[in-house]
Structures are given as C-alpha cells and as structure tokens.
Write a protein that binds this ligand. Structure first.
Ligand SMILES: CC(C)(COP(=O)(O)OP(=O)(O)OC[C@H]1O[C@@H](n2cnc3c(N)ncnc32)[C@H](O)[C@@H]1OP(=O)(O)O)[C@@H](O)C(=O)NCCC(=O)NCCS
Length: 325
C-alpha cells in the first residue's frame, strides 16, 4: 500500500520498492520492524510501518498509509496514535517520517533547513502537522532517462582530478584491500549528508559490519554497483558512489549514497564518481529505463551534479520529526 500511495503522489508506478526488494531490510539481523493493519473483511485498508532502532537514543521510523477509498474516517489518525503508543512503550523519544508530497502553489510550509517548501493544504502535510510533527527537510525526487551517453561528461570530470584520483569499480562485495577504507567512508557518510534537525542516530561501520551487509544482496533482488576514487598520494579511497540495480530490467535503478571526503572536495570528484558509475552501469548491466535519486533541497553540490547529468524532478519528499515526551 505504501508503494501504491507513492505511485499516486508521484504519478509514476516505479518509485516504491517491490515486496521482494524490501525483504532484505526486514531480514537484517538487528532490524526490529512491525507492521500493523486495519482490515475490512479480507482487505487491508490502512497499514502502519514501525521500524525501531534501540540504543542510547531509541528512534523509530514510521509510515501510515490509508487506502484512498477509506480516507477521512479517522483511520490514519488512529493508526498514528497506535504507532506513537508503541514507540512510547519502547522508550522512543524521537519519531521520523519520510512522506511523499507533491509541490504546488498556495500557502506553504517551510522546513527547518530553510530550503524548499511543501503546500500546507496537502493531506499528508495537514495530517503530520496535526499530529505534532515538524517539517525538517524537503528532498527533491529526480529521474534520469537511460540510455545516457556520458562520455564527454566523464572526460570533462576526469580532467579536474588529473591522474591523482584513479577510479575503481566493483559489484556487491567490496574487494578485500578496500574494506577498511569503505568502512570509514560509510561511517563518514552519516556525518556528512545534510540532515537539518533530524539528528538521526549515527550508524557505526566496522569492516565486520561491511562484510555482513554485503552478504545480503546475493539473496535479495538487487545488485549494488560501486565506483570509488583512490587518492594516489596516500593509496586510500576518498570517495564512493553506489547504484542499486534490480534484477528486473523494467525496474528503475536507484542512486544510493555518494560521498567525497572533505579534504578532497573541489576536484569535481562527486561528478566524476557519478558519471563513471553511470558508465559502469551501462557497460555491465545495460537496458534499464531510468535512474531515480532523492536529494535534500539544500544539497546544492549534488543537485548541480544531477542537473549537469540531465536528471529532472518529478516530486518531493518531506522529512518530518516528532519528539515524544
Ligand atoms: C495522510 C493519510 C495517512 C491520512 O489518512 P486518513 O485516514 O485520511 O486520516 P484521518 O481520517 O485520520 O484524517 C484526515 C482528515 O480527515 C478528517 N477526519 C477524520 N475523521 C473523520 C470523519 N469521521 N469524518 C470526516 N472527516 C474526518 C481529519 O480531521 C483530517 O482532516 P484534515 O485533513 O482537514 O485535517 C492518508 O492521506 C494517506 O495514506 N496518504 C498517503 C501516505 C502518506 O502520505 N502518509 C503520511 C505519512 S506517514
């Protein structure tokens, strides 16, 4: 139902994950996910998703989805109330929601980040504000139609870094020599992406966690294509980007994390990585229709790179936070 609601909001069928693509997340050893449903006879008419992270600051990520034919009867509010009660019982003090939204004219709600806005009249905006949530960040959803000839962009981006930053490629498992560098980059990712006031708990990455996380793709329905840049002077990786590639060639490829360490910014390495991985995708796994990405509206560097590649926006996503007392 979540994917159906995403399709309704964005006007395209391909944004949400299929149940099979979602499954590896549910199967993670430390995941604590609960699904709640309101049923009418044998049909689910409202669904609640509850994803708990324990730890020093217990945090929960929620979704509430109501079948369009069953809205405006109090089901969404009842489901949100139930999820908040569960969170409270788990000692959660912070709840986070990522909700798809259309943008448009009229009165707007601006996020804590100060970039972008969402229409105050949207049903999900009214719903979340009514439940006490604060809009922290607006994320732009964009798509790039494939195939894309990126060879001239690749040549241009390669010039800026010269011979100092060779690019390495792999699918799924990080090659042994790069594992400790990748654990550092993944750890840094959580600290570097702009998150407004979401203050999401930091992921702790070790080589062991990296190895465990990379075992999953083999039993999932997606492969992960990575491009990484090495700093020739220190022989360490200083940036990476990953594309999630579904088995089904009619499905979109999803752009996952991209990071360049702060000491190596200003050499167009972000652009180099993204363009090189796009070429990697089209070389290794050609035939996909589109790449989809979500980026914070305040993340000008990444949005500029995406614009230069030809990504166009098809909607937005609000990142909302509720404090429980
Ligand atoms: C947002 C969403 C969950 C709301 O579900 P819902 O079941 O319509 O929610 P409610 O019925 O509790 O409240 C919606 C409105 O109906 C009103 N309402 C509630 N009970 C009502 C009743 N018996 N009669 C008439 N109106 C009623 C509420 O006051 C509210 O009005 P408002 O929009 O003017 O503030 C639903 O639109 C949805 O699934 N959207 C897509 C997914 C999404 O964006 N989820 C939000 C992020 S988790």
């Amino acid at each position: 139902m979540h994917a159906e609601n995403q399709a309704l909001t964005y006007g395209r069928q391909d944004v949400g994950l299929t149940p099979e693509e979602s499954w590896p997340r549910y199967a993670e050893p430390h995941a604590s996910i609960r699904i709640f449903a309101v049923c009418n006879q044998d049909k689910i008419v409202a669904r609640g998703y509850y994803d708990l992270e324990r730890g020093a600051e217990p945090t929960a990520w929620l979704d509430v989805d109501v079948d369009p034919a069953w809205r405006h009867r109090g089901l969404g509010s009842a489901m949100a109330g139930r999820l908040h009660d569960v969170a409270d019982a788990d000692g959660v003090r912070k709840v986070i929601v990522y909700a798809p939204s259309t943008t448009g004219p009229g009165a707007q709600v601006t996020p804590t980040s100060g970039s972008g806005s969402l229409p105050a009249g949207n049903s999900e905006v009214r719903f979340l504000l009514g439940a006490g949530y604060q809009l922290e960040q607006v994320r732009r959803a964009s798509a790039l139609t494939l195939p894309k000839d990126a060879s001239s962009l690749l040549a241009e981006a390669s010039l800026a870094g010269g011979d100092n930053y060779p690019v390495h490629f792999w699918m799924n498992r990080t090659p042994d020599p790069w594992r400790s560098d990748m654990a550092i980059l993944r750890q840094q990712m959580g600290r570097s992406a702009p998150t407004a006031g979401l203050d999401e708990p930091e992921d702790v990455w070790t080589v062991q966690r990296l190895i465990e996380s990379e075992v999953r793709p083999s039993d999932g329905t997606r492969d992960f294509l990575t491009a990484a840049v090495e700093d020739r002077a220190t022989r360490q990786l200083v940036g990476f980007t990953t594309l999630a590639v579904p088995t089904d060639k009619d499905r979109p490829v999803n752009q996952e994390d991209t990071l360049v360490l702060s000491g190596h910014r200003g050499h167009r390495l972000g652009k180099l990585l993204k363009v090189a991985n796009l070429e990697h995708l089209q070389r290794e796994r050609p035939g996909y229709p589109v790449v989809i990405t979500f980026n914070a509206e305040e993340n000008h560097h990444v949005l500029d790179v995406n614009d230069s590649l030809g990504f166009t926006s098809f909607g937005h996503e609000g990142a909302w936070r509720l404090g429980l007392t």
